[in-house]
Design a protein around this ligand. Sequence first.
Ligand code: SF4
Ligand code: SF4
Length: 88
Amino acid sequence: MGVPRSKIPWYPKINYDKCDLCDSGPQCLKFCPHRVYAVKGQPKKLVVENPNNCVVFCRSCRRVCAPDALSFPEKREVLALIKKLRDY
Ligand code: SF4
Ligand code: SF4
């Protein structure tokens, strides 16, 4: 996209009020092949360990999250930001 990945704010945000780590292990972590997620701490908690590994405009892992605990930015806003950064 002509812009360094680290400048593009696209990655999942976890709603900890909804995330229950899933009954059979974190489905989002199992689903995503890009090692975006990790489970850390005691008590265990899902974290976005590698936000820049998230594929820009992908939202696929949202589908495997039954409690709908994952959200993403507005695509339109991120596209506008990318265009702006590219113009400089
Ligand atoms: S799929 Fe949803 S509920 Fe399960 S660990 Fe991921 S964010 Fe949490
Ligand atoms: S949106 Fe896509 S790339 Fe990003 S964490 Fe989810 S499955 Fe992985």
